[in-house]
Design a protein around this ligand. Structure first.
Ligand code: HGY
Ligand code: MN
Ligand code: MN
Length: 427
């Protein structure tokens, strides 16, 4: 497909954006790969870089009680409403450089355009760089955006990382205040909505040769852990029929989870982590903890599948003489994207001469939290082969330019819809 010639300005903006994404990719907690967990020095460095770009774009910046960076570009006099945009700047382990940061930086490029032209819109723009969406360090879910949306579950403050540090202590160490999270919730009364720019993290746009897409809904997700407890023993002396091997039981449950996904149309289920104790080659495992991540666009199908998985796990544990316990269950219902905001996005993408495919999101996004308090929309950007949560994640510079153009067009269209407060008549 002939992607329209990207104007000189847009390609210069896109080159700056790509360089910034590369700079954020250097903020990593582990040598040689992008791992940027919550409340780490790498995340603080990334946040400082983004704050500098926001301030250079004429935005005021602040950091909230959990550490989210919030930039604000005030609207013109009389503006009473705010459009929120942004995404997360934390990462999974050995991540790509676009999942999250693209959505925090594209809006800054749009604000830079306004600022260069000395322009203010009839609404303010708030860009949020959320500091924990992936939950890598604490298995928290959407920590940053749930605090911003006022939906954070205080029970999660007791979560501990692999070093035994509690989330509450990590927040304090990051300069935040765990006792002020509720007060940090954004007042939704002045919000027009939330729009997030994000890589698709799937193959549809790339296979269709389309740079951008408009998201219709985000599938729901259930996460948690199963722990199998058996009996440690000598690898050389305990006969197989007398073993209560926790890892063998966990392995059977992993296959049972996969079987449920195979049997249920469009359900995806993943075991991403298994920890084994005591963890020695010549010791029969006493305990094994596995994570599960189950997703579907229908909440009823997802919840029914999770019940099925738990029943199968209970039978496996019973037959093997193991004790099965559940941990840290969390779930997010499927989220519809606002139709009016979708339509504005369709207009803005169409105005670039591009196809305007609407598609669902298999991946979760901070928009799931924001949807609890305001209408949401997501602009997808093609990524090569749909590869994500992988250092090979990549986007094209031209597509980055088109994303800036589409989001700018979206803002302009919203501007024509947004009335200013009536001016106070001169006394
Ligand atoms: O897991 C997800 O869907 C997102 O990347 N946190
Ligand atoms: Mn991700
Ligand atoms: Mn993401």
């Amino acid at each position: 497909m002939n992607v329209p010639d990207v104007c000189q300005l847009a390609s210069a903006e896109a080159a700056i954006l790509m360089a910034r994404l590369d700079a954020l990719g250097q903020c990593a907690q582990e040598p040689g790969r992008i791992t940027r967990p919550y409340a780490t020095p790498a995340l603080a460095r990334a946040r400082d870089l983004v704050a500098g770009w926001m301030q250079a774009a004429g935005m005021s910046t602040r950091v909230d009680a959990v550490g989210n960076l919030i930039g604000r570009y005030a609207g013109k006099a009389g503006a009473t409403q705010t459009l929120v945009t942004g995404s997360h700047i934390d990462s999974v382990r050995d991540a790509g450089r676009y999942d999250g940061p693209l959505g925090a930086l594209v809006p800054i490029s749009c604000v830079e355009r306004l600022h260069r032209g000395g322009r203010r819109l009839p609404f303010s723009i708030e860009i949020v760089a959320f500091v924990d969406e992936e939950g890598l360090r604490f298995r928290s879910s959407f920590l940053g955006s749930s605090v911003y949306a006022g939906t954070f579950n205080d029970a999660e403050l007791a979560l501990v990382d692999s070093d035994g540090t509690s989330l509450a202590d990590a927040i304090r160490g990051f300069g935040g205040d765990p006792d002020a999270l509720a007060a940090a919730a954004r007042d939704p009364n002045d919000l027009i909505g939330y729009i997030e720019v994000h890589i698709e993290q799937g193959p549809i746009l790339d296979a269709a040769g389309e740079p951008l897409g408009i998201v219709t809904s985000i599938q729901g997700q259930s996460r948690g852990t199963f722990t199998l407890s058996g009996v440690a023993g000598h690898a050389g002396t305990v006969p197989t029929h007398l073993r209560r091997d926790a890892l063998a039981g966990a392995a059977a449950i992993v296959l049972a989870i996969e079987a449920v996904a195979r049997e249920t149309d469009a359900l995806v289920a993943t075991v991403g982590q298994i920890t084994v104790e005591p963890g020695a080659a010549n010791v029969i495992p006493a305990r094994a903890t596995l994570t599960y991540d189950v997703r579907h666009s229908s909440d009823a199908v997802r919840e029914g599948s999770l019940t099925d998985i738990r029943e199968r796990a209970a039978v496996i544990a019973h037959d093997r003489g193991l004790i099965l316990t559940y941990g840290a269950p969390s779930s997010m219902a499927a989220v519809p994207c606002d139709l009016a905001l979708q339509d504005r996005l369709v207009e803005a993408v169409g105005a670039l001469g591009l196809p305007t495919r609407r598609l669902a999101s298999g991946a979760g996004h901070d928009a799931m939290s924001l949807a609890q308090i305001t209408p949401v929309a997501i602009l997808f950007v093609r990524c090569a082969g749909g590869i994500s949560h992988n250092p090979d994640e990549s986007i094209r510079t031209d597509d980055a330019a088109l994303a800036i153009g589409a989001l700018s067009g979206f803002l302009e269209r919203l501007a024509t819809d947004t009335p200013l407060a009536p001016r106070e008549t001169a006394a």
